[in-house]
Design a protein around this ligand. Structure first.
Ligand SMILES: Cc1cc2nc3c(=O)[nH]c(=O)nc-3n(C[C@H](O)[C@H](O)[C@H](O)COP(=O)(O)OP(=O)(O)OC[C@H]3O[C@@H](n4cnc5c(N)ncnc54)[C@H](O)[C@@H]3O)c2cc1C
Length: 500
């Protein structure tokens, strides 16, 4: 099945009820549907998705070279073996997700072209009433559900984040954000400036370099990268031994996670050594004469931001070929033919690509109400980054940044299945997280400690996010290696859960 082969099923009626309503058909939402089908087959559910097909991030991003920056043995679901190279293109990820949907007939449950606008909880009925606009005819369709499973990701798909620079209207060429890359953009023989230093910039630059006259990667400050071969030796060996793919997936996954845990520990405890190792990897590609200190030596400690894997060092190969170069400087203003830098130098360009990040959107830009009162998630405290105080029957999949996102989607899938069984056994219609006695007066801290992890979109949007307390139960720790044991062990009869 291809990404576009699964078409939307128009809703026959205008109001329907489901036990669970999943928001979004990205990797989290499709995973959620799989978990319900396998672990809670008696539960009725629907997946509502704004786009016309599944995939989320991997569907909406169309820029050249779009690929994962973490390996698919862990970014893939635990239940569906990944059989390709570790770093995958969006197309390969969509194919994989399409197979998950086809294998279990999940498309019967998905309604594409449904943009959810509001979700209103009624304690009298113990239900959410969800209104979605159906793109096909502009009709507002109403659903009711007992439980909302929020798989809407964490950023706005319709537009990326572009800072306002002086003189932008003076620039005579095109300004493009990778999130809204025009499929017919012609960059052949052109001078292109890519602003940014993250994974997206590192992907776009080598992908277009050969066709452009020249590509300049313009960054204010450098980022850590891990260059390496896009292969997993253990997987190759296991396949040579004709080991079953289910085993290959599980064994390679464990090995990747084991190595990542060791690396993260070292990055925190021994950051100077790890920093030198990372820089050594870059130097090996760029040679002794390249100014790695200026262009590839970040000021922050490794792991405070996500580290992107650069398959086969393609970014560095682009630089070595002379088709790409890197400039580390600040933008003074845009000018007619490019960008004037604070150093006084002008970088010339016909096209400027602003790989400057996302706009965080908390819970899908959906208007939430609880018993007629508008809900501001910033007023709540999060239970483990997945539920919120005072918000009944709602769970959010917010994955990991230092490990693959999907690891958490699977953990939460198991948790949901366990919770639904528990509620059924108890005869409970509602679960609402609540701070325990003695916890109400503890200081409420921002969602994420900037010392721990501080990418721009989180810093810009932190005021919109729920609060955390200084305890593992009341925050998203971003620690897969602790949570893989902690989430399955959550005591569902803890006083932090108020059942009705
Ligand atoms: C270019 C790029 C590369 C990345 N690479 C990696 C990687 O290698 N490894 C990794 O771990 N993470 C990566 N990430 C992070 C990535 O976003 C997540 O890993 C993951 O794909 C998120 O999946 P998701 O299903 O939770 O959300 P999304 O992929 O964001 O999907 C959410 C879906 O919900 C839908 N939706 C949102 N709001 C509504 C609404 N109101 N009504 C109906 N539908 C709605 C959206 O249309 C979308 O289809 C990357 C992100 C980007 C942008």
């Amino acid at each position: 099945m291809t990404a576009t082969a699964t078409l939307s099923k128009p809703a026959a009626q205008t109001s329907q009820h489901f036990d669970v309503l999943i928001v979004g058909a990205g990797i989290s939402g499709i995973g959620g549907a799989w978990h319900l089908k396998h672990q809670s087959p008696e539960t009725s559910f629907v997946v509502l998705e704004t786009q016309e097909s599944f995939g989320g991030t991997w569907l909406t991003h169309k820029y050249p070279g779009i690929r994962s920056d973490s390996d698919l043995y862990t970014f893939g679901y635990r239940f569906k073996p990944w059989v390709g190279a570790p770093i995958a293109s969006a197309e390969e990820i969509l194919k994989y997700m399409g197979e998950v949907i086809a294998d279990d007939h999940l498309d019967d449950h998905i309604r594409y072209g449904h943009a959810i606008k509001s979700a209103k909880w009624s304690s009298a009925d113990n239900t959410w009433t969800v209104e979605a606009v159906r793109k096909a005819d502009g009709e507002t369709v109403t659903f009711t559900t007992n439980f909302l499973w929020m798989c809407q990701g964490y950023y706005r798909h319709s537009e990326g984040y572009t800072p306002e620079w002086e003189g932008m209207s003076d620039f005579k060429g095109q300004i493009i954000h990778p999130q809204t890359w025009p499929e017919d953009l012609n960059y052949t023989g052109k001078k292109v400036i890519v602003i940014g230093s993250g994974a997206t910039a590192a992907t776009v630059v080598p992908a277009i370099a050969a066709d452009c006259e020249h590509v300049t990667l313009l960054q204010r400050s450098p980022t850590y990268f891990i260059p390496g071969r896009n292969e997993n030796e253990l997987a190759n060996t296991l396949r040579e031994l004709e080991i079953d793919e289910t085993w290959v997936h599980e064994i390679v996954r464990r090995k990747v996670l084991f190595d990542q845990a060791a690396f993260t520990k070292r990055a925190i405890e021994d950051s100077d050594v790890v920093r030198e190792e990372l820089l050594g990897g870059v130097r090996a590609f760029l040679g002794p004469d390249f100014d790695v200190d200026t262009h590839f030596t970040p000021k922050y400690r490794p792991w405070r931001q996500r580290i992107a894997f650069v398959p086969n060092g393609d970014l560095f190969q682009g630089i070595n070929s002379g088709k790409a170069s890197v400039v580390t400087d600040e933008i003074d203003r845009f000018v007619e033919n490019g960008i004037l830098l604070k150093s006084g130098k002008v970088v010339e360009g016909d096209i400027i690509v602003t790989a400057t990040g996302f706009n965080l959107n908390v819970l899908g830009d959906i208007e939430f109400e609880i018993d007629g009162k508008a809900l501001d998630f910033a007023d709540t405290v999060t239970f483990r980054g997945m539920m919120f105080t005072g918000v009944p029957n709602l769970i959010w999949v917010f994955g990991y940044f230092r490990a693959s996102w999907t690891l958490r989607a699977d953990l939460i899938g198991d948790f949901m299945a366990r919770l639904l069984k528990h509620m059924k056994a108890k005869g409970a219609k509602r679960i609402t997280p609540a701070l325990r006695p003695g916890e109400e007066n503890l200081p409420r801290l921002p969602w994420m400690d900037p010392e721990n992890f501080n990418p721009g979109y989180l810093m810009r949007g932190m005021h919109l996010l729920p609060k955390r307390l200084n305890s593992p139960d009341w925050q998203h720790t971003q620690d897969y290696w602790a949570e893989k044991d902690e989430i399955p062990a959550i005591d569902l009869d803890d006083v932090a859960f108020d059942y009705k």
